[in-house]
Design a protein around this ligand. Structure first.
Ligand code: ADP
Ligand code: TPW
Ligand code: MG
Length: 605
């Protein structure tokens, strides 16, 4: 709060708006004009935004400073909020998104106008796609000038641009509406299917001044921001009937199930029903991957052979081959039950026999009631067939993991990291790349919920450092980021941020000299191949440049020693792990989605 007498100390940042507002005639309801010299307690737009966030339990902002939000960051820090300044907005946005996923409170990303806004927008769109709750708060230029297209500093109609890319978008023009604007943004982000929300705050708003008491009254503490959504009893009955009819049932857990934080209910459902389950990538660890009912190591088999599939917080998108095609059984032979808070998700790709619309905690609890009584566990033919397949596949993998080769291939390097996570199950694993992603997902068992953070629904590169920073900030746990060398490059500059905030993050760059492989060449001989990088780059030196620890390793033993040292010390560390440039395959596990030129292949043959 500001005292009128102390008006001269009002921070002006890069605007003179505060002074203007004090002199102005009352234009709008709620803005109290202070006559010069009056002893009135005042507040301004900056403080109201901060107070509104704090009132709603939001204590961290991820962003990049600049006009018109520089002072917002400063003041937020002064008011006790954690403000994490990044080197690029996309990474701040990714940090906010994953903070939202981890905490169920919207993560906040703060950006400057036009270019900064656009840099953050990729993360906002990605958050929406992944159902992560976040709010991008962006400063913007003045409406009067933007709407007449008169060429303001960083002019852009940001609200219009954000709208199609997020779940909801709002603009606040009057200081007295900041409370309600922030409240709407919070509720929109976390209620129902979570997602990204855009909040547009034009520069002038920040320096608008109003009576402090009226300002405090204008704030809104959102009551029950994400209300429970109870499934209809008939829908629960229907789902139970379908489930009971199954001979070869399967549960698929998605990241919505991990987000819901209904961990004990989900575990009870799996264990009391005896149904084998398959975790999607970020649902790994919801139950430990070593759980006897996990069907991960028999994935292709269970997807093809299950007769009833219950999806819990997982969509039938490309990651599950849309519920049809050769990944699945004969059309019409498999029935689906789907638990989701978003009714529109049902029948998105194929018919859902038993849609169960509600929040996962409520739906799973309702199902559990139907499972204690006369429930019979799935036939032993089904579970033992799965176990046999699992054992065979795990044995095949085990021998690959033990090789102590130099140069390392993906498996031998991942074998070392698998042990690290086994011994440190509370560490958070961030993972991106192609081979580095797909193979790590299969090799590294997770033991606790919400410990695996990765490229999600879009398979987007660049989430690495933003996710790692937020994971460390929000949980205080050590973070291990396993990064393809290409993937790392998208957010690599944030190693400075990691060093600046001295975060317990250990980055392992799987350096195979390129995207998928390091062996491509330019057929004309003029330039480097399109998928390769400078050979044997020393990414470890980047970390050293900012005062962190850089290590170069060539064997699994060296790798495991270096990671353990980093995790013990908690110091920012980057381990450059040399991987055989010829070891990877094009597009990792999703080569089938990669159109390749038949003509080029013929010519090469
Ligand atoms: P995955 O990629 O792991 O398969 P998706 O992102 O495709 O997971 O699916 C997550 C689903 O979870 C979304 O359809 C979303 O609506 C749903 N969801 C998110 N939170 C909840 C919740 N609390 N209750 C019910 N459904 C939820
Ligand atoms: C924003 C396309 C998918 S995977 C990948 C790219 C560029 C990098 C793979 O190389 P990396 O991994 O990380 O070295 P590895 O182990 O196989 O060598 N731009 C965005 N997102 C995506 N997904 C791409 C490009 C892509
Ligand atoms: Mg690579």
């Amino acid at each position: 709060m500001l005292k009128e007498a102390a008006r001269a100390e009002v921070r002006q940042g890069e605007t003179t708006g505060a002074e203007d507002a004090l002199k102005a005639k009352p234009r709008d309801a709620g803005i109290v004009v202070a006559e010069a010299g009056a002893e009135q307690e005042l507040t301004d737009g900056f403080h109201l935004v901060i107070d509104a966030l704090k009132l709603n339990g939001i204590d961290t902002i991820y962003g990049v400073p600049g006009i018109p939000v520089t002072d917002l960051g400063r003041l937020a820090q002064a008011e006790g909020m954690r403000v994490i300044s990044f080197r690029h907005e996309q990474h701040a946005g990714n940090a906010a998104a994953i903070a939202g996923y981890l905490t169920k409170k919207p993560g906040i990303c703060l950006t400057v106008s036009a270019p900064g806004f656009l840099n953050g927008l990729t993360a906002l769109a990605n958050a929406t796609t992944n159902c992560f709750p976040m709010i991008q708060i962006s400063g913007s230029s003045e409406r009067e000038i933007v709407d007449l297209q008169q060429g303001d500093y960083e002019e852009m109609d940001q609200l219009a641009i954000a709208k199609p890319l997020c779940k909801a978008a709002f603009r606040v023009l009057h200081a007295a509406d900041i409370g309600i604007g922030v409240a709407r943004a919070i509720r929109a982000a976390v209620s129902g299917r979570p997602g990204g929300v855009y909040l547009d705050l034009p520069a002038k708003l920040f320096s608008q001044v109003m009576d402090a008491k009226a300002g405090a009254k204008s704030l809104v503490k959102v009551i029950d921001p994400a209300p429970a959504v109870l499934p209809a009893p008939a829908a629960v009955e229907r789902a139970l009937d379908v489930l009971k009819s199954a001979k070869r049932p399967l549960i698929i857990l998605g990241k919505g199930a991990a987000y819901a934080q209904a961990d004990s209910e989900i575990r009870a459902l799996v264990e009391q029903s005896g149904i084998p389950y398959l975790p999607m990538s970020m649902a790994k660890g919801l139950l430990p991957d070593t759980h006897p009912q996990s069907a991960s190591a028999a994935r292709s088999m269970v997807l093809k052979e299950a007769d009833v599939v219950m999806l819990i917080g997982a969509r039938l998108n490309w990651l599950l081959s849309h519920g049809k095609g050769k990944t699945w059984g004969e059309p019409g032979t498999q029935k689906f039950i789907q638990i989701d808070i978003e009714p529109k998700e049902m029948d998105s790709n194929i018919e859902i026999a038993a849609p169960l619309v509600g929040d996962i905690g409520s739906c799973v609890s309702a199902l559990l009631k139907g499972i204690d009584g006369n429930w019979s566990v799935p036939p032993v033919e089904w579970t033992s067939a799965i176990n046999a397949r699992k054992e065979a596949n795990l044995a095949k993998m085990a021998s690959k993991l033990l090789k102590n080769s130099s140069p390392m291939d993906f498996h031998s390097a991942l074998g070392a990291l698998r042990t690290v996570i086994k011994e440190r199950p509370d560490a958070i694993l961030v993972n991106e790349g192609a081979n580095t992603l797909d193979l790590a997902r299969g090799v590294i068992d997770m033991y606790q919920p919400r410990k695996r953070l990765d490229v999600g629904t879009w398979g987007v590169m660049g989430i690495g450092m933003g996710f790692a920073v937020a994971a460390a900030v929000e949980t205080g746990k050590p973070v291990l980021a396993i990064e393809g060398d290409s993937a790392f490059g998208f957010s690599g500059m944030e190693v400075e941020t990691i060093c600046r905030y001295n975060l317990p993050i250990c980055i392992v760059v799987f350096n195979n000299n390129g995207i998928y492989r390091g062996t491509d060449t330019d057929p004309t001989g003029r330039d480097p191949g399109t998928t390769v990088f400078v050979k044997d780059s020393r990414y470890d030196k980047m970390m050293e440049a900012f005062g962190g620890v850089g290590v170069h390793v060539a064997t699994p033993d060296e790798l495991s020693r270096a990671v353990n040292e980093a995790m013990d010390s908690g110091r920012p560390t980057l381990i450059n792990a040399a991987i055989d440039p010829a070891a990877g395959s094009e597009s990792g596990n999703i080569g089938n989605l990669n159109p390749q030129s038949v003509v080029r292949k013929k010519a090469a043959a």
